[in-house]
Design a binder for this molecule. Sequence first.
Ligand code: NVA
Length: 234
Amino acid sequence: MGWTEAQLGRGETIADTARVLSRYVNGVVARVYRQVNLEEMAKHASIPVINALSDLFHPCQIVADLYTMWERWGTLKGLKVAYVGDGNNVCNSLLVGCSKLGVDISVACPPKYRPYEKALKWAQENAEESGSSVEIVENPVEAVKGANVIYTDTFVSIGAEAEREERLKAFIPKYQVRPELFQHAAEDAVFMHCLPARRGEEVTDEVIDGPRSIVWDQAENRLHTAKAVLALII
Ligand code: NVA
């Protein structure tokens, strides 16, 4: 359902919509702008509420990403992911997910666009338990050293469109993923992106269409892992 098909579009509160949906269906998969709205829905629903993207987190994407890595290497332990770009919802969830499953993660971003502090704290706590490492740096070359995955996402997420010009200035060219960046990564390094990609902004055509790109496997795995999440929870 889109916003306008739900009573939310006519001003019904999130709490009331959650109460009504709880009488109709077995679960809600919600894509929202604000994490607080999702939490409000979960608070008032008596059924599972699954985050299909919020401004702060994108957990289902990261389930697909980690599955894609496991599919490629047959293990997750010992892998290193370098995330280059905006410390956004995808970056926050990647920090939490990688650290939880023992994957090292290094994020390169401008100081103004660092990940959410709480996500970083969770990641550091997870890393202590799993024995992985978490670091935030400014220089993409430093982040990708020895990395098996170079991951990026749009520099202009949903809701940040008004900041477009300012953001592109802050990120391009330094954080754009181009073929040269792979010289510093592991020999078997692959390129990942949650899609949709803004070609020519966070990544060039040569990289996303090149032999290292596994973005289509990643996209396919969104389907399989979404089904797995539903099977597990519902
Ligand atoms: N960071 C992006 C992810 C899109 C799947 C956004 O929130 O727009």
